[in-house]
Design a protein around this ligand. Sequence first.
Ligand code: GAR
Length: 204
Amino acid sequence: MIRVAILISGSGSNMLRLVEDMTGDHPARPVLVASNEPAAGGLAKAAALGIATLAVDHRDFPRDRPGFEAALLRPLLDTRPDIICLAGFMRILTPGFVDRFAGRMLNIHPSLLPKYPGLDTHARAIAAGDTEAGATVHLVTSELDSGPILGQARVPVLKDDTPQSLAARVLTQEHRLYPAVLRRFSAGDKTPVMLGSEGLVRGS
Ligand code: GAR
């Protein structure tokens, strides 16, 4: 069995989709859901599903990113994860932490990378007049939001979109994309998963 640890900071909707998919013939199972935010809604949801949880509050380590990461790393390693999934984890990780999981740490980012690394992706796509937006799952490297792409899902940008309405449309597709990528990646296949906007337009 392939062991997956999931790192979150918020509501954990992507985490839930990953967990829901890791049943039956899926090669992987969740072993830990961890967060830098003790109040993250996703922690309670994971605990309710019987998954081990961990909170390491980054505020306890002011101006000490390595200290925060060391506190996170010890219990994380205790769960012997094979794959780490960042799912709405909003802390930048140092190269020391990233290198430790090189080639086996995944992240989901709400843009069609290489466009719009960083924050405010939806507002930036709308401001640029893009007709298409989406999400990307990629391998994490020490350069922010720029590792090898494992999958993308595309959605149309509509005329009256706000960053909120676009984010909601993209998030729906994130929930299809991330489980599909993790399933394939857990089976040793790094071929990118490409989901078009057609399915969304047809409402599937
Ligand atoms: C998702 O839209 C994810 O792509 C984004 O945070 C949201 C988390 O939602 N991640 C980033 O912006 C990472 N830079 P969730 O907690 O409901 O899964």
